[in-house]
Ligand binder design. Structure first.
Ligand code: RFL
Ligand code: PHB
Length: 393
């Protein structure tokens, strides 16, 4: 088998890369280890930056998002169960967000791939990038019981945090930066109308988040200790804990109902540098992880793919390698900006086990400062919005 770009991983990063490359006349094959049903059943991100929305629209993926997604101007922060302020990204930057589930984006990407009869090989096993520092890299894998080899010009490692691509970069080349947080998020999805705004809460009992997918589908999270067992959390227990973390009028406005999904996610910050080794390019969670507090993970996957697809289009179209050579540095500037913002918001909004009274007061006064300062809110709005994409200079 032969292709121009072999893409490992059929999550949002891999499928979007394949779609954009196709539109630029570049052939790719996606190798995904899971089944399509499994990939489509993962419930994850929900908040899209303006830049992400623009990339999806520009690549024919905006129609359903614009119909079903919920555009909003920013997010609310509440704390101590009483005070609050709104980070108005639209007011400060003229940019908006879209609440639209990653599950829906993934469906839209598979539908677009089906329309163009794309080569997406699901349930591909033992995928391994080979000879990535030569001009003739290839990927080996097993498909329907048979050993296969895919020759290619480039390999895109879009296989998430636990994938094989990053591991193919030798330890003396790859530098890893990591922070693991001492808590997780317990999240539920429920067929109930959401609150009108996305609301982040800092409360003595722990962080909470109210989010949405559409007018009849809500997503809520609460901070939990790392050893939490999901069986211990009935829907009733979840709703009552969630409501305790919000001020009275918001708690009363939360509409409860049976959960249709419930899961626990650990929180981690991680960056691998560089994002390129020879002809292997990493994109998305394969190269970096952020705690979900800033809603940045999927947005970073999309910006990596935007930069990488532009670089590959310049290579095949004009024969230039400057953008490929620049890819890692350019992508990492945006990555670190969002990694820093997600770390900051995680520190601002969670209760850390073992935090001293000093730490607690410092956190409270930071929230007071944000509430009282137009400049501080503008700065946070700018970070929450995500950096604009860089020109192809
Ligand atoms: P993915 O989605 O992990 O996809 C990687 C794909 O690669 C496949 N794979 C392999 N395929 C072949 N061979 C192998 N050896 C392979 N190993 C793995 C996997 O099966 C999978 O299909 O990575 P990608 O494409 O980079 O996308 C990243 C996003 O999924 C992720 O950053 C976001 O979901 C993070 N995230 C959020 N991001 C946002 O921008 N906004 C949000 O509101 C937001 N909320 C969240 C989140 C992530 C969460 N969890 C559970 C991690 C909320 C949560 C709770
Ligand atoms: C979500 O809707 O799943 C969501 C929203 C905001 C976040 C994280 C997750 O910061």
């Amino acid at each position: 088998m032969k292709t121009q770009v072999a893409i490992i991983g059929g999550g949002p990063a891999g499928m979007l890369l394949s779609e954009i490359l196709h539109r630029a006349g570049i052939h790719s094959v996606v190798l995904e280890q899971r089944s399509r049903e499994y990939v489509l059943s993962r419930i994850r991100a929900g908040v899209l930056e303006q830049g992400t929305v623009d990339v999806l629209r520009a690549n024919g993926l905006g129609e359903r998002m614009d119909r079903e997604g919920h555009a909003h101007d920013g997010m609310k922060i509440v704390w101590a169960g009483r005070d609050s302020f709104f980070i108005d990204v639209n007011k400060h930057l003229g940019k908006r967000f879209m609440a639209y589930g990653q599950t829906n984006i993934q469906e839209d990407l598979f539908a677009a791939a089906d329309r163009r009869n794309a080569a997406v090989l699901t349930e591909a096993e033992d995928v391994q990038p080979m000879d990535v520092t030569t001009d003739r890299p290839y990927v080996t894998f097993r498909y329907r019981g048979e050993a296969m080899r895919m020759d290619c010009d480039f390999i895109a490692g879009c296989d998430g945090f636990h994938g094989v691509s990053r591991k193919a970069i030798p330890a003396n080349v790859l530098r890893e930066f990591e922070k693991v947080y001492p808590f997780g998020w317990l999240g539920i999805l429920s067929k109930t109308p959401p609150l009108p705004d996305i609301v982040y809460a800092n409360h003595p009992r722990g962080f909470a988040l109210a989010s949405m997918r559409n007018p009849t589908l809500s997503r809520y999270y609460i901070q939990v200790p790392l050893d939490t067992k999901i069986e211990d959390w009935s829907d009733d227990r979840f709703w009552s804990e969630l409501k305790m973390r919000y001020p009275r009028e918001l708690a009363d406005a939360i509409v409860t109902g049976p959960s249709i999904e419930k899961s626990i996610a650990p929180l981690r910050s991680f960056v691998a540098e560089p994002m390129r080794h020879g002809r292997l390019f990493l994109a998305g969670d394969a190269a970096h992880i952020v705690p979900p507090t800033g809603a940045k993970g999927l947005n970073l996957a999309v910006s990596d793919v935007f930069y990488l697809s532009r670089a590959l289009a310049a290579f095949y179209g004009q024969g230039t390698t400057a953008l490929l050579d620049n890819y890692s540095d350019m992508a990492l500037r945006r990555v670190w900006s969002s990694v820093r913002t997600s770390w900051y918001l995680t520190n601002l909004l969670h209760r850390f086990p073992g935090a001293s009274d000093f730490d607690q007061r410092a956190q409270e006064y930071e929230l007071e400062y944000l509430k009282s300062s137009h400049h501080a809110q503008a700065a946070l709005a700018e970070q929450y919005a995500g950096l604009p994409f860089e020109e192809a200079a």
